[in-house]
Design a protein around this ligand. Sequence first.
Ligand SMILES: [Zn+2]
Length: 415
Amino acid sequence: MNEFSYLFLFFLAASTTLKLWLNQRQINHILRHRDQVPSDFEGKIELSAHQKAADYTVAKTHIATLSTLLSGAILVILTLAGGINILLSLVQSYDISELWTGVTLMMSAFIISHFIELPIEIYQTFKIEQKFGFNRSTAGQFIKDQLLQLALMLIIGCPLIYGLLWVMGEMGYYWWLYAGIFTVIFTFFMTWLVPTVIAPLFNTFTPLEDQHLKSKIQHLFERCGFNSKGIYVMDGSRRSGHGNAYFTGIGNNKRIVFYDTLIESLNADEVEAVLAHELGHFKCKHVSRQMVVSSLMTLIAFAILGWLKQQNWFFEGLGVEQINDASALLLFLLITPIFSTFIHPMASYYQRKFEFEADAFASTMSKPEYLIQALVKLYRENASTLTPDPLYSSFHHSHPPAGVRIDHLKSLDKC
Ligand SMILES: [Zn+2]
């Protein structure tokens, strides 16, 4: 233990307390507003649906609290309690090359943490989602998904970590710059690869067949000057009753994906409005700006790691006995979320700003009332709360609360 140990414990305690306090505020706020549908939504959302959303959100928030406590405990066990030392000596007893020892150490730390957190995921899927009628996954499907995730984690994680550790060991003083560039390129490559190679391992994607909707969407693309490889429907209902739509991929691999559950519940005008909002994120350059920011953050993170790697107090303070590249990288990845908790509100602020801009764009391409109708339906069918605690929401939510967003859309309708 040194001064850095105390600083680490202080930040861990502060970020955990902050998250638990916000969760409790969220629960209290939702329960206080449980008996009354907010006036903006009267007649559009029934009391029973509003109460279901309240109970569902409260149940999920309790799970989030448990998960925060568990990941805090895992972090302390791996660091100060000597978990990494035990793992490393175990891996070293197999006498493999230094690079592979590092890769094995890191992968085993991630996989062990994942398995410790697995019961929470099982409870979330088969208790909470089940209770509120959203779960469509079976035990067999769940196990298949887990094995597939594990396989992908190894296939993608091992070469990435191997590459990074090689750069750290071989590229001299400016290794962090090369490692940052390598990670950024790797991330772009994965983003490009996801829609056509990785996502289809988990779901079936079929080109949109509804001709009426398809021609509506083609017209929207022409109006927006957007080209994409295709519009796909995903069998989201295989696992869950939640509906959504998203953009994926970069460059020539861009795709628009609708969950089958969304297509079923929204009419063509509403789907068009949702899509116009998503196109707004492209047109207002949100997607490319986010990519630039995250690339810069990656470079900064590696620059910090480049400095930390040379400080003995960093390893000592986190309870790690052997100073090497793999433990530096592992420690850095483990503790970064603790320190970055405090920049969450800033990220959420920008994301909400982007949401308003995309809504404004959507209302020039489609009628705001269609987007409002679609939002109301999505909130009702996903049992999303209409009455989040404002502070919780500004900290965690990438989207403004439903009421605020709809008021903004209504004001656009008037201009
Ligand atoms: Zn959006």
